[in-house]
Each structure stands twice: as structure tokens, then as C-alpha cells.
Write a protein that binds this ligand. Sequence first.
Ligand code: PEP
Ligand code: MG
Length: 294
Amino acid sequence: KLCLFQKLKGKESITPGGKRILICANIGSVRDVERALENDAEGIGLFRSEFLYLGRKDFPTEEEQFQAYRQAAQQMAGKEVIIRTLDMGADKQAEYFGLGREENPAMGFRAIRICLKQPEILKTQLRALLRAAVYGNISVIYPMIISVEEVKRIFEIAQEVREELESKRIPYRYPRQGVMIETPAAVMVSDELARLVDFFSIGTNDLTQYTLAVDRQNEKLCDFYDPHHKAIMRMIRIVTEHAHKYGKKVGICGELGADTSLTEEFVRMGIDELSVVPSMVLKLRKIVRELKDD
Ligand code: PEP
Ligand code: MG
């Protein structure tokens, strides 16, 4: 079985009808890049940057971050590496953030909300990302977006960082910037978001949680956590249509992207990219290459 997949290395993920899907890997640290390469991922579709912030006593410095992002970009040798800005809060905590306890952490102070309230955290990360982008094909994606206004504010902050680097004559490259579509609000304004950003990636884990009002951490709710719910599939379809209307690409980086029972449907919908655990990359490539009558 292993051999079967080995033969797919170096091949494109393309349907018999000629439709190309990018099959990328999700990673949680620089060490995982190796796993992505072993499985011949066509890029990193989601690099969860939280690992840099977890299990330590203070914020990672710009330099530490720069080294990590640069290394990932260099190892991927020109293939796109989509790095997600900090997604702390909810299930991911670190003392030094001083977030305290919340009644309802999933709906609480997390991800981009922290970054917008404390822009210095985001600025440090963006400085590291823009500098690292000189060394490879880095794109940036923002988590937990709910509105166009948020994205405009983030872009202002990114511009400030760019101007600062420019004025100090520090080498940088301005990356493509996308947003995670993982709240129902983002789905509903995805036409407006599509005009603004370079690309979308659908986070079906949180999208399922927030759409079905089912805490993804609550074991009692396992039977209610249904990413196959018609509402989720309809949302994915709507988001894809909106993205394409403005010529923007859309990927799926939540767990649902690796669900082989849906690959055909995703391809028919026009999903451009699936980003999955490294071990699933070749399996999905095989399915895409063997799809019937597309
Ligand atoms: C998601 O929500 O689907 C996602 C990819 O992000 P995370 O699982 O890290 O919240
Ligand atoms: Mg998420």
C-alpha cells in the first residue's frame, strides 16, 4: 500500500479532466516541514504559529520568529508556505498573555481579537514574517475573522510594519494576505472579504463549532459535532462562489479537507486547495487523479 502512494510522488494532483487541485500540508512547527516534504506536499496550507508562543515564559522575540519562518520557507524551496498569525486563547493558553479565565473561552478573547487589542504582538509577528518572506514563498493568513473592518485594520497595521522596515532599510517582501473563513459571520460577508484579500482558507473545525453551536472541546457533544451537516457544505459552496467571483483562490484547511468521502464534491464545487495532515497528502492525490467523469 505504501508503494502505491510512493509512485504518486512528484506527480501533480490533477483530475483526468485536467483540473488541478493543490494538495498541501498542515503543520504545527518547523520540525513538521520534513513530514510535509516526505509526503510530497505541494505547499504548506496552514502553518499554525502558536507553537512559538506555547510552553514558555515570555513572548518569542522577532528574531526567534524570523528564524523559524525563514527556515520553513527555505526548506519548502519556493513552494507556498501559508503562515497563520497567532491563534491563542480558547484551548491554547500561556500564562504570560495574562488572559485569565473566561466563562466561555471558545467565544472569547482569542486569535485576531488579542492581536487587534494588543497590536504590538501582531506587529512583532508581522515584522518577522515580512523579513522571512525574502527567503521563500511566504503568505500570511489571519484567524477568526468576523468582519471587513477587522481586515482593514489588520492591513493598516501591516502597512505600518512595511513602512517601518522600509524606513530602516531592512530587507523584506510584502506577502500575499488571506483570511481564515471559520465563523458564520465571515461566510455571510465573504463576498466583501473576497474583494479585499488575496485568498481564503476555510477552517471547518471552528466553522462547524460556531455554526452548529457545538463546543468542539466538549466530549458530551461528540454526537452533535457534525461537519457533514448540510449547513457546513452549503457554506463551503457559498464561500467558494464568492471567492471565485473576485478571482481569488479558496482552500480548506480544517479536518474536513482530509475526508475522502467528500473529495469529489469539493473538486466539483471548485475548491482550489486542500490542506491536510501530511500523512493524507498522497492518498488525496490518488483520489483526485482517479476521479470519474469530471
Ligand atoms: C479550523 O478551525 O478548521 C482550523 C484549521 O484551525 P484550528 O483547528 O487551528 O482552530
Ligand atoms: Mg480554527
